[in-house]
Design a protein around this ligand. Sequence first.
Ligand code: GAR
Length: 203
Amino acid sequence: MAKLRVGVLVSGTGSLLQAILEGQDSSYEVGVVASDRPGIRALERAEKAGVPTVVVEFPKGEAREIASEKIARTLRNHEVGLGVLAGFMKVVTANFFDILGVPAMNSHPALLPSFPGAHGVRDALAWGVRVTGTTIHFATPDLDGGPVIFQEAVEVLADDTEETLHERIKVVEQRLYPEAIRLFADGRLKLEGRRVHILPAPG
Ligand code: GAR
């Protein structure tokens, strides 16, 4: 099977991107990294790994649609077979998915459908839940609403701050995200309605 090329979207530190880069193997490779902001740590990580980078600024309002199109075209031009949102903090509009033309995934730092949006960790902590976690899911125009691939719980500790809780969640995301990409690359994710079945490894 040909290696899957993925295009990763980032906005910040890029610890997830790093895990995805380190997870590259015979199944997948990172072909391009796109960001909505210049000068971020995630772009440095991509450059260090020799992966081409692109910055597409994401203004508010109608221009968001143009930016979404631009970023989708960038990924297409790099012939990616999967879009990977890894800490991308801008909301892409529906045309992103149409133009991309291949599936996309997202990692969210909460157990969806609880606490969607930009502050999944903060909102879970403020709600007072005992358990939160991470969700790796197919991304769709419905924000944080696509079919779930993996979920794993993370306990909330009495003295947790948003930062300490997020750090423990990120450790789990860093383990699960490369695995989800690998399963997709190996053709082992089968979508049936909203449910994602993980097929056994061949042989
Ligand atoms: C991750 O926890 C990811 O789930 C979250 O941002 C963090 C990125 O960390 N994404 C979202 O909240 C998207 N709504 P990183 O920049 O260190 O990879």
